[in-house]
Write a protein that binds this ligand. Structure first.
Ligand SMILES: [Zn+2]
Length: 166
């Protein structure tokens, strides 16, 4: 059976799921290809659940067996959890702390609490009062510092290591 091309919309869905970056959380390169989690030769079809966005380098590593299929499956499942639970700003905050493992605080423009609501609610992030807020009054949002909690750090470590997110 000849391998048909991956339909355009399906391709798009897989790219969007990964934010047009490599789905391996420690990589996140912006140049991506679509990879089959279980090889095409075995499944002989293109389905959303079996496709994942990978950069050419990680894609090669999968074929060499350096990244196993089970891990890919978990990365994919975690993407779906992150996408469903958190908004783009929240995912960026998580990515920031993932890329800066020695930082535990981040300064953001004020008034973003609504966009960080679920990270705050889940106890992964907490607001810290900075001096910059002293002269700020309602409607005039100054910058706000947020701190990654130990629980938040654990969540990021799980995500980076491809463990199941709960
Ligand atoms: Zn990659």
């Amino acid at each position: 059976m000849r391998r048909p091309p991956i339909p355009r919309q399906l391709r798009r869905d897989v790219l969007v799921e990964a934010g047009h970056r490599c789905a391996i959380p420690t990589c996140r390169q912006p140049t991506v290809e679509i990879a089959h989690i279980i090889p095409w030769e075995k499944v002989k079809k293109h389905t959303f659940d079996n496709l994942i966005a990978l950069c050419p380098n990680c894609h090669r590593r999968v074929h060499k067996g350096e990244i196993d299929r089970k891990a890919l499956k978990q990365y994919k499942a975690n993407l779906s959890i992150l996408n469903g639970r958190y908004c783009d700003i929240e995912r960026r905050v998580l990515s920031y702390f993932a890329e800066h493992p020695h930082e535990s605080q981040i300064k953001l423009p004020g008034g973003l609490d609504i966009f960080l609501m679920y990270l705050l609610k889940d106890g992964y992030l907490k607001k810290i009062q900075g001096q910059e807020n002293v002269f700020v009054w309602a409607g005039n949002f100054g910058p706000q510092w947020y701190e990654l909690t130990p629980k938040g750090r654990k969540f990021i470590q799980k995500w980076l290591s491809g463990k199941k997110l709960s």
